[in-house]
Design a binder for this molecule. Structure first.
Ligand SMILES: *[C@@H]1O[C@H](CO)[C@@H](O)[C@H](O)[C@H]1NC(C)=O
Ligand SMILES: *[C@@H]1O[C@H](CO)[C@@H](O)[C@H](O)[C@H]1NC(C)=O
Ligand SMILES: *[C@@H]1O[C@H](CO)[C@@H](O)[C@H](O)[C@H]1NC(C)=O
Ligand SMILES: *[C@@H]1O[C@H](CO)[C@@H](O)[C@H](O)[C@H]1NC(C)=O
Ligand SMILES: *[C@@H]1O[C@H](CO)[C@@H](O)[C@H](O)[C@H]1NC(C)=O
Ligand SMILES: *[C@@H]1O[C@H](CO)[C@@H](O)[C@H](O)[C@H]1NC(C)=O
Ligand SMILES: *[C@@H]1O[C@H](CO)[C@@H](O)[C@H](O)[C@H]1NC(C)=O
Ligand SMILES: *[C@@H]1O[C@H](CO)[C@@H](O)[C@H](O)[C@H]1NC(C)=O
Ligand SMILES: *[C@@H]1O[C@H](CO)[C@@H](O)[C@H](O)[C@H]1NC(C)=O
Length: 583
């Protein structure tokens, strides 16, 4: 969220921070997402657009190995790997669909099983020897952690795969963290398969891990942590149902962070409440001394969830290496916590900026904007010019889900990298600059559901306090998402997106299948009520509607068809169905 009002300190910093050499605009031309936006400047190609890999005509075998979790602790006892062997036309090594029974033989059979071994490079120990079907993904293999001496540096791991005849070989590498067990502070891991966050801290006495679906705001520090010490607003915030918070630093202090003594007292309360903190270093992450000092101060806190570095580095056009430099520093100072950042642009140096985080947030704010004409700057907005408050948006709530899709697509098209969890930062403000009004609670809930449907694994909002109705609405739907059974689906599967919907074009639906149950999320983008019959085609047949977790309950089910007559404007539904298995 760029600098207006209390955050305008950032605007001043812009001209000194921008790295003129790497960007197309001259350094004296103010830009956002690389585009000039003042009427006195000319349009130009911002550059930095994502370069998609070339599609090859021949299929390749793309082998991947990744730790199931970003970190393992010594007392986890077992680690696990995710092995993929997909047939791909963009990445991989040459693949010939044949394997011979005898060396030099002629009678080949199809190469349908990949045999592999996974080694620790440093100890040369064999961790896994097994096989996976060719063109499968998400295969899990456990291994004992016993052979690793717990330490803060990662261990290199290598994967050697081959066809049954040994004639074709495939390699991959990864690294794993095996960290000393904890008895203070917190440890937070990301599930590299489904994107969920798992925490251990004082709340569970550092025994095992508990899932946390984050639902919380960026908060105005002068409101939730006022200098005259009052816990009232912070307590209310937690009572409204939020489990995470990002207290936005004002950037005015000497080290551009927080008043230490004051934050200590509030953080004591956050520890008591287990309100998980996303520690924001937006003004200081480019200064290694300040990063070091802040990590030393706060890394032992039991309610530390993660570090947050760059706030819209792409919008500001911070140096392209700034996020990864901070990331590497943070990993060496504190490997127990993920690093996150938010990207504001639709397509501006994704690879470079995203390389500096484990979790990527998007913050497309589409409500009450003019997507084609800049309100504050009185210019057009398009791919080469202008700033309309939501980069390359159309001014629809679906800008949020489209942005999540964009980011996930970019990430999937980077070689040798797994997916990174994506989170949404939703608009809960307005009545200023680009945004003519504050979203209604229905609009906010709608964007929450669109985010979930498009695989957001956490939700945050700019900025607390919003209106009382929005605060309460986002807390209420968030309470559903962050508790079982919804949580089991969100963290136990990836969404099957964009289900076919008949009867009404502006309906978005997704499904998650875990065991013998399916969760379905439905969200209408119509602002008005309508009466037509809406039918969603499910990815598989279901037997019955087990539970309506949120919204109207008059849905009917027949096989793989889920129907309802009429939807209210912006209606949101979450259902759980029993599915048939064993065919
Ligand atoms: C390999 O060939 C077999 C037999 O023709 C076929 O069933 C299989 O789908 C092929 N696999 C790939 C990845 O092309
Ligand atoms: C590989 O799997 C994908 C995804 O399931 C499927 O779309 C594709 O047809 C498969 N390719 C081959 C050659 O079997
Ligand atoms: C702190 O100041 C705010 C407004 O400035 C006021 O509403 C609140 O009552 C004060 N709290 C205490 C504990 O003095
Ligand atoms: C980095 O921060 C330290 C401590 O606040 C300060 O002394 C130093 O001048 C800063 N460096 C730069 C390059 O701004
Ligand atoms: C964090 O905890 C460790 C282990 O108890 C201790 O060595 C270190 O001094 C602590 N750091 C702070 C800043 O409390
Ligand atoms: C990061 O990039 C800046 C500007 O492009 C450059 O001056 C600096 O040397 C780079 N830093 C490192 C450590 O590579
Ligand atoms: C955007 O602004 C232009 C120019 O003032 C105006 O013609 C257009 O109707 C506006 N669109 C919206 C959606 O407000
Ligand atoms: C964007 O708008 C500017 C100003 O009207 C214009 O000069 C430029 O050609 C437009 N760019 C595109 C890609 O249409
Ligand atoms: C639920 O939806 C049905 C059908 O669209 C409608 O008739 C009914 O009024 C809705 N119920 C509530 C409580 O909104």
């Amino acid at each position: 969220m760029r600098g207006f009002g209390v955050f305008s300190a950032a605007l001043v910093a812009l001209s000194t921070i921008r790295d003129a050499l790497a960007f197309n605009a001259p350094s004296d031309v103010p830009t956002w997402c690389g585009k000039p936006y003042m009427s006195t400047n000319q349009a130009l190609d911002p550059g930095g657009q994502f370069v998609f890999p070339t599609v090859q005509s021949k299929p390749m075998l793309y082998v991947t190995v990744a730790p199931r979790y970003t970190i393992f602790l010594e007392n986890d006892v077992f680690g696990s790997f995710i092995v993929g062997a997909s047939i791909s036309h963009i990445f991989g090594q040459p693949y010939n669909n044949v394997s011979y029974a005898l060396p030099g033989g002629r009678d080949g059979s199809p190469f349908t099983t990949l045999h592999f071994k996974i080694y620790s490079e440093e100890t040369r120990s064999l961790l896994v020897a097994s096989s996976v079907p060719v063109n499968s993904t998400g295969n899990l293999f456990e291994f004992p952690l016993l052979s690793f001496i717990p330490r803060w540096e990662p261990y290199q791991v290598s994967f050697h795969g081959s066809s049954p005849d040994g004639q074709q070989s495939f390699t991959a590498t990864t690294q794993i963290y095996v960290l000393p067990s904890r008895s203070y502070g917190s440890a937070v891991k990301i599930d590299n398969l489904f994107g969920g966050l798992y925490v251990q801290n004082a709340l569970n006495h550092w025994r095992g891990w508990y899932p946390v679906f984050p639902n919380g705001y960026y908060a105005d520090g002068s409101y939730v942590t006022p200098s005259n010490m009052s816990l009232v607003n912070l307590d209310t915030y937690v009572a409204q149902g939020f489990n995470t918070i990002n207290i936005v630093p004002s950037g005015v202090g000497p080290d551009q962070s927080y008043p230490t003594g004051q934050l200590e007292q509030y953080w004591d309360r956050m520890d008591e409440l287990n309100l998980l903190n996303i520690y924001d270093m937006r003004f200081s992450f480019q200064n290694a001394t300040q990063v070091n000092d802040q990590v030393q101060l706060w890394k032992n806190r039991t309610s530390l969830l993660m570090w947050y570095t760059a706030d819209e580095p792409d919008g500001w056009a911070y140096p392209l290496n700034s996020t990864s430099l901070a990331y590497n520093q943070l990993k060496s100072l504190d490997p127990y916590h993920p690093v996150s950042l938010v990207l504001n642009c639709q397509n501006f140096y994704y690879q470079e900026y995203a390389s500096g985080a484990d979790i990527i947030f998007e913050d497309a704010y589409p409500v009450a904007i003019n997507a084609t004409w800049s309100i504050p700057w009185d210019t057009p907005c398009n791919l080469t010019y202008g700033d309309c408050g939501c980069d390359n948006c159309i001014g629809s709530l679906t800008d949020v889900s489209d942005r999540l899709d964009d980011i996930q697509t970019y990430q999937a098209n980077l070689p040798g990298q797994g997916m990174k969890p994506t989170w949404a930062v939703l608009q809960a403000f307005g009545d200023q600059d680009y945004w003519k009004s504050i979203p209604s609670p229905a609009e906010v809930e709608n964007m929450m559901m669109l985010s979930i449907n498009h695989d957001a694994k956490g939700i945050t909002y700019w900025i607390y306090p919003s209106t009382e109705d929005v605060n309460i609405g986002s807390g209420a739907l968030g309470n559903v998402l962050k508790t079982e059974p919804a949580l089991d689906f969100l963290f136990g599967a990836n969404a099957i997106k964009t289900l076919q919907v008949q009867g009404e074009p502006l309906v978005d639906a997704s499904a998650w299948i875990v065991g013998s149950e399916m969760m379905v999320g439905v969200v209408s983008e119509e602002y008005v009520n309508y009466d037509s019959l809406v039918t969603i085609t499910l990815p598989e047949a279901a037997i019955s509607i087990a539970q309506v977790l949120y919204g109207n309950s008059s849905w009917t089910l027949k096989g793989n068809q889920l129907s309802k007559t009429g939807l209210q404007g912006l209606e949101v539904s979450i259902l759980i169905l029993d599915v048939q298995h064993g065919h």
